[in-house]
Ligand binder design. Sequence first.
Ligand SMILES: Cc1cc2nc3c(=O)[nH]c(=O)nc-3n(C[C@H](O)[C@H](O)[C@H](O)COP(=O)(O)OP(=O)(O)OC[C@H]3O[C@@H](n4cnc5c(N)ncnc54)[C@H](O)[C@@H]3O)c2cc1C
Length: 386
Amino acid sequence: MHFQLDAETEAYRAEVRAHLHDVMTAEFEERLYRSGVAHDDDFAKGLVDKGFFAPTWPAEYGGQNRGAWDEQVLQEELMRSDAPMYLSETTRMVAGIIRAVGPPAMKDRILAGAMKGDVTIALGFTEPECGSDVAAATTKAVRDGDAWIINGSKMFTTNGHIADYVFLLARTSPEKPKHKGLTMFLVPLDSPGVEAQAVWTLSGERTNITFYSDVRVGDEWRIGDVDAGWQVLSLSLQDEHASGWGPHIARLLTHAEQWAETTVADDGVAQIAKPDVRRRLARVAMDYEVSMLLQRRCVWMVEAGQLPVAEGPMAKVFSTESLVRASQDMVELVGPDALRGFFEPSAPEQGRFEHLMRFSVGTTIYAGTSEVQRSIIASRGLGLPR
Ligand SMILES: Cc1cc2nc3c(=O)[nH]c(=O)nc-3n(C[C@H](O)[C@H](O)[C@H](O)COP(=O)(O)OP(=O)(O)OC[C@H]3O[C@@H](n4cnc5c(N)ncnc54)[C@H](O)[C@@H]3O)c2cc1C
């Protein structure tokens, strides 16, 4: 096993990096941050035009038939530049599920638009009363002739106020055991009876609570069999659980190194010359290195035909918890100035230290909390009893 990337993959990385260097300007980043929405239509379409939207998809769907390592370096670069990807990612993930198990008419209706950046899809799994235990969902879908009537609410429907559709988990058979009475739907978010209310998070990002009151959708919007929602959902959870967040540590490290190289302490000594500063920077660098190795091990396993059932969660837990630890440590190192706000002109490194510290906390929650990931590692990886 080795993780040395070949020259072609590195050339692909350079292409992605050059594009992101052109489009991820400070003005664009600030506009995104102030809007609280990690999505921009023109940015997403720019990725489509460059072939960076779904490079591993087959050419017939608008992809480039690229391999998993190209996808990995693309994700590394997007994360490292903090590109506004969440809605594009959820769209691509759901499009992948539609491609695999969606009805033919839905494939015709959704896939081409999704791959061009014209159709967007948010995720509607979490509810006000259940998040980690997704299968406890109580939002109901009741059959009415050839349609379904949906009632309930979903918490943290990120981008639910701007997306075209929501990939919604609903209970169709309340009398069955909880995992067996669920069905997945693609609900048009402009349907009468849908409402999205803003929920602001610690990192400054807007997510939503969405309400569904007698929302009527035709049976053609069902994905998978009735009561087979858990199997359909599992396809997406597997993807989510395997996410690594190491490139955000690289982002932090770059700013911390820049700060250390350009700042002189009160005693007249450059910060970078101080042993404590170097020791702390080195620790962040090690966390980054291990995070990337864990993530790349998952890519290697997938390439080798194995499923990283426990290795994906290991990459997620290690990288996100390292990011939390490292961003807090860098704020302590830089001192009170590090708490100056993101994009405040007087803040060191444009205020990225305080923002990364706020941002890092959410990464240990979404896409499966650290506790849930640890349970997967223990039970499915180590074979320990539940
Ligand atoms: C910013 C943000 C964006 C999000 N975006 C989306 C989105 O777009 N779509 C969507 O559907 N969801 C989204 N989520 C929801 C996210 O996936 C859930 O918040 C997460 O699954 C946790 O659920 P919860 O908040 O209900 O917490 P809970 O499940 O109530 O957990 C509370 C605490 O208990 C712990 N816990 C729970 N169960 C166990 C267990 N079995 N063993 C040990 N500990 C346990 C958890 O780890 C946590 O510490 C988002 C969340 C955030 C914060």
